[in-house]
Design a protein around this ligand. Sequence first.
Ligand SMILES: NC(=O)C1=CN([C@@H]2O[C@H](COP(=O)(O)OP(=O)(O)OC[C@H]3O[C@@H](n4cnc5c(N)ncnc54)[C@H](OP(=O)(O)O)[C@@H]3O)[C@@H](O)[C@H]2O)C=CC1
Ligand SMILES: CC(C)=CCC[C@@H](C)[C@H]1CC[C@H]2C3=C(CC[C@]12C)[C@@]1(C)CCC(=O)C[C@@H]1CC3
Length: 345
Amino acid sequence: MTTRVRPSNKRCAVIGGSGFLGRHLVEKLLDRGYSVSVFDIRQSYELPGVAFHLGDLCDKQALLPAMKDVSLVFHCASPAPASDDRGLFERVNIQGTRIVIQACIEAGVQKLVLTSSASVVFEGTDIKNGREDLPYAKKPIDYYTETKIEQEKLVLEACDKEKGLLTVAIRPHGIFGPRDPQLVPILVDAARRGKMKFIIGDGTNLVDFTFVENVVHGHILAAERLRPDSPICGKPYHITNDEPVKFWDFMSDVLVGLGYAAPRYHLPYALVYGLALLLWLLALILRPLVSFKPTFTPMRVALAGTHHYYNCERAKQDLGYKPVVSLKDGIARTVQSYPHLRQGA
Ligand SMILES: NC(=O)C1=CN([C@@H]2O[C@H](COP(=O)(O)OP(=O)(O)OC[C@H]3O[C@@H](n4cnc5c(N)ncnc54)[C@H](OP(=O)(O)O)[C@@H]3O)[C@@H](O)[C@H]2O)C=CC1
Ligand SMILES: CC(C)=CCC[C@@H](C)[C@H]1CC[C@H]2C3=C(CC[C@]12C)[C@@]1(C)CCC(=O)C[C@@H]1CC3
């Protein structure tokens, strides 16, 4: 006779646990006494108390062992937005998420916390203090966002008290912090190539950037409050630093902190957006002959030149969320963590 071990509520799995956010989440979960299984396509570190399971999340048979005796699953895996590969995003974020949900049900997992994105409502035009009830973008800015929308819908619709699976989605925005492979490295690369001299637009557009430990805090609060009788079941939550900042001030603080000059010269938004669109079209037409990846994509120009900041009152009310690290401290800790990206290093 086989006895099924009752999943302990301190055993969890982190899908995407080798990534930037995933690893910070794993570290905090360990601090809080959880034992953690990581499921990822790669292993990027080793830590006592963490069991790694390597595989593609689209493969249910590979996923199931990572969910054995686990009551809580965090799903924070996704291909990087910069890959711009529609087929890959659809396979991993949509089909793969269906498989994650099926695996959770089969393995008897009780709670699934998805890392979604605040960008699921962003269409490239201003969002000021956006709440969770804004409609999903009808024209998402890229394939990544298009598939993040479908992914979030799938996870929230899977919330079913009768079947015993409770779900919630966290929507962070502009995550930054130590070990981030995107924001600071892209910025420094642009600065080193002399492309960070210009401010797109008048430089007053406000944006949310969120220190990674605040994003982790939001995930853990959501997981611990997810119960059959709680109002959070099947809902999305914005998690930000709750300190909207001028996009170009944030970029300047990071650049200056690393020893680079802050951007100074203004370029009209419409001109840069038009040029980025032209370059993107050119890259598309020439793709069979030459492959080049422009730094200025329409999506990046929209992110750099519009307001996009979000209200996180719902998370404060329902999750008891409050950022644990201020923007100023987050920037200082981030800058300190990249000695190899300093000017002259
Ligand atoms: N960074 C940000 O500013 C924001 C991120 N998010 C969301 O947060 C989550 C985490 O992002 P972040 O930590 O930045 O991303 P990372 O790329 O650092 O982490 C994602 C991890 O998932 C892995 N992965 C990708 N595809 C698969 C697959 N098919 N099977 C198993 N593992 C896979 C990646 O491996 P590999 O690196 O080899 O691809 C990587 O280790 C994502 O869902 C993202 O959409 C939301 C808002 C903002
Ligand atoms: C708030 C939020 C969603 C941030 C996302 C992070 C990235 C998309 C940005 C990180 C570095 C940024 C950057 C640009 C656009 C947006 C980022 C990629 C530029 C390409 C914008 C145009 C420039 O002048 C150069 C910038 C380099 C850095």
